[in-house]
Design a protein around this ligand. Structure first.
Ligand code: SF4
Length: 69
């Protein structure tokens, strides 16, 4: 799985950080979310998929295309 984050669409709701804190990190200063890891372990995939569904900005893409680790 490859996680792609579009910061331009992020409205800093923090939902992803609550759902998958191992993968998403929110800056205390400006509220912007960054990726802690682009290729999370299989055990985290369900949380990442849920975060993508819940993201109000549609900023998270979880790609499981062939070849994505
Ligand atoms: S859930 Fe989406 S909009 Fe909210 S902080 Fe995370 S990436 Fe940004």
């Amino acid at each position: 799985m490859q996680v792609i984050l579009d910061q331009d669409r992020c409205c800093s709701s923090g939902q992803c950080v609550l759902t998958a804190p191992e993968v998403f990190e929110q800056s205390d200063e400006d509220g912007l979310v960054t990726l802690r890891q682009e290729h999370p372990a299989p055990g985290l995939h369900a949380d990442v998929r849920l975060a993508a569904v819940l993201c109000p900005g549609g900023a998270i893409t979880a790609s499981e295309a062939a070849g994505a680790p």
